[in-house]
Design a protein around this ligand. Structure first.
Ligand code: UGA
Length: 437
């Protein structure tokens, strides 16, 4: 079956999916209402920072398989599958996902549907969305031959292309045979490479996405609490994580203690799941706890830094390495730095910061911070170096040069990038997370 795909939304998920489907040999048009974004894409320039994406977009265009457009109506009629990859931000107030953009897409495509079409949600949507969209489409176009399916994404920023092309699994939720056949045909290239495909109902697929993110957020929060406990006993959380992670029932990944999780997904999706579950009458108390522990953690990181500098930050200059929510991205959404740095400033600290990719986005979000061209420039004369993200260049600092650049040789490493003994031998007063004093 030679399928034609239209993807609505040239944001992170939409673009990566479009470029990857084209790479797998499908003809794809990615549609967005933002003219300047589409213009840039047509020139072969990606509007987002993602390793390998520019090359893949170019490849798709050169093979004639990847197209961009602002005209959604024109790209509906001949599509076999239409993916919704627009935002579902937290609604103001209770965190329930705001479905306005998803609904707008359904309303825009309804009048122009023609032939058999599967509308697929790739955006993270509450359980029941597929059913609701189907009812809406049947109301708007009783004559249309359309099914609604769910295909959640599990892409991590920074390795989204690999996550798409070599996923741990593909999840497909559809309630009838024809929709299932279309989705299976689309994903055949991956299934042929032995990628497991979980074929299920729409509701289960929709919930898998939230459950996956909530579980990962729980794992991180668990290890962060264990890190606090390790500090009380002079134990080592890195070894503890290895000690539990080798148990295959637990697994070694996502057990890295740090300043708390951030990003566009875990905070939003845990809050989303909490409200979805509350409204459904089955509250997720564990996820509620995870969410509030993670919020508290950012404040406690600022407190920790203040404590390590003697209790007062008046007149103190801190050098900060990394402000995005993790390494490998320029994304500032719900980055721990957005909470931690203003607290440090409010306590009197001056901040000199460097980030390999995020400074342009961070500038407006973190007023009063001075930005520097590299780690050493940021460290010049500072009373302590605070490491907030795990870029590989931060793991490979020239320690001698850094010690001479800092005003005081103190390093507060909130990502455990260094061995404590190595740092002490290099002449630093070194503090990390969950590894004793
Ligand atoms: C996350 C999920 O990992 C993806 O599977 C999912 O598709 C995506 O959300 C989404 O829902 O779209 P992402 O937000 O890009 O991906 O980032 P992660 O690499 O998962 O990191 C999230 C946060 O957790 C970061 O702040 C990171 O620093 C933190 N983290 C992660 C830890 O503190 N410790 C860890 O062991 C792992």
């Amino acid at each position: 079956m030679q399928l034609k795909v239209t993807i609505v939304g040239a944001g992170y998920v939409g673009l990566v999916s479009a470029a990857c489907f084209a790479h797998l040999g499908t003809s794809v048009t990615c549609v967005d209402r933002d003219r300047s974004r589409i213009d840039r894409l047509e020139q072969g320039e990606s509007p987002i920072f993602e390793e390998g994406l520019d090359e893949l977009i170019l490849e798709g265009q050169q093979r004639g398989l990847l197209h961009f457009s602002t005209d959604l109506a024109a790209k509906v009629a001949d599509a076999d599958l239409i993916f919704i990859a627009v935002g579902t931000p937290s609604s103001k107030g209770d965190g329930y996902p705001d479905m306005a953009q998803v609904e707008a897409v359904a309303r825009a495509i309804a009048p122009v549907l023609s032939g058999y079409t599967v509308l697929v949600t790739k955006s993270t949507v509450p359980a029941g969305t597929g059913r609701w969209l189907e009812t809406l489409l049947r109301e708007l176009r009783p004559d249309a031959d359309v099914d609604v399916a769910s295909n959640p994404e599990f892409l991590r920023e920074g390795c989204a292309i690999r996550d798409f092309l070599e996923p741990d699994r593909v999840v497909l939720g559809a309630d009838n045979e024809r929709a299932r056949d279309h989705l299976q045909a689309l994903y055949r290239p991956l299934a042929d490479r032995a990628v497991p495909v979980v074929m299920t109902t729409r509701e289960t697929a929709e919930l898998i996405k939230y459950a996956g993110n909530a579980f990962l957020a729980t794992k991180i929060t668990f290890i962060n609490e264990m890190a606090d406990l390790c500090e009380k006993f002079d134990a080592d959380v890195e070894v503890l994580a290895r000690g539990i992670g080798l148990d295959r029932r637990i697994g070694p990944l996502f057990l890295k203690a740090g300043p708390g999780y951030g990003g566009s997904c875990f905070p939003k999706d845990t809050r989303g799941l909490i409200t979805i579950a509350e409204r459904a009458g089955a509250p997720t108390r564990l996820v509620e706890a995870v969410n509030s522990i993670n919020e508290d953690r950012k404040a406690s990181m600022a407190e920790r830094i203040r404590g390590l500098l003697g209790g007062s930050l008046e007149g103190i200059t801190l050098a900060v390495l990394g402000v995005t929510f993790k390494a490998g991205t320029d994304d500032m959404r719900e980055a721990p730095s957005l909470d931690i740095l203003p607290r440090l400033q409010a306590a009197g600290a001056a901040i000199q910061a460097y980030d390999p990719a995020g400074m342009e986005h961070a500038e407006n979000l973190l007023p009063g911070v001075s930005w520097h061209e590299d780690a050493y420039d940021a460290a010049t004369g500072a009373d302590a170096l605070v490491i907030l993200t795990e870029w590989s260049q931060f793991k490979a600092l020239d320690l001698l040069r850094m010690r001479e650049t800092l005003g005081q040789p103190m390093v507060i490493d909130l990502r455990n990038l260094y061995e404590p003994q190595v740092m002490r031998d290099a002449g630093f007063v070194y503090h990390s997370v969950g590894r004793g004093s």
